[in-house]
Ligand binder design. Structure first.
Ligand code: 8DG
Length: 170
């Protein structure tokens, strides 16, 4: 007799279970662009059509097959912002489990780039000091905001950045 897991059903030759599939990580390259003159951080809003449209984040995006983190970040910032980064200092790796994806975020500090900023996806950009004044901010970015705050001797309060989340697109 066939052993069946609880919750499993047979449809034709296929066993269908309600056991969730193992979630694989989506690898993401993220740039912490730091302006030399005053240490301000570049924050951008997520464009219409993406999950969490209108939320604020550090610029970056998903790695494509065969790309290194640096290659992906260089491509994403050219595509989205029209600039070419000329350094990329690997910094931290974090993970966050969203309902839309389980992401692994590869954070790099970037202090040099060429070109003029152009928001090619209709997003907004803001050079910000800590604490940021834009809201809401993707929660996957909170650890990095906490580390940046610690580096600058500033307190960090994640609750600040969740403000206005209820009104924003999820
Ligand atoms: N760029 C960026 N992504 C972040 C940050 N924090 C954070 O949790 N994420 C998450 C949100 C998304 O689930 C994922 C990035 O995916 P994405 O959809 O924006 O990437 P992409 O630009 O390559 O998008 P796509 O058009 O190829 O779908 O990483 C952050 O500060 N910056």
């Amino acid at each position: 007799m066939e052993a069946r897991r609880p919750g499993a059903a047979v449809r034709g030759n296929t066993v269908v279970t309600d056991t969730p599939a193992v979630r694989t990580h989506t690898e993401v390259a993220v740039g912490v662009l730091i302006r030399e003159s005053d240490g301000a951080l570049l924050i951008t809003s997520r464009p219409v059509g993406k999950p969490r449209a209108g939320w604020w984040e550090f610029p970056g995006g998903k790695l494509e097959a065969g790309e290194t983190v640096e290659q992906a970040l260089r491509r994403e910032l050219q595509e989205e912002l029209g600039i070419t980064i000329t350094n990329c200092i690997p910094w931290k790796v974090t993970e966050h489990d969203y309902s839309h994806a389980l992401v692994r975020l590869h954070w790099c500090k970037v202090t040099q780039w060429d070109g003029v900023f152009e928001m090619r996806e209709g997003q907004q950009m803001a050079w910000q000091q800590l604490p940021l004044t834009v809201r809401p901010v993707l929660e996957g970015s909170y650890p990095v905001l906490a580390w940046l705050s610690a580096e600058r001797g500033l307190p960090f309060d994640g609750a600040l950045y969740a403000q206005d989340a209820a009104a924003a697109e999820k």
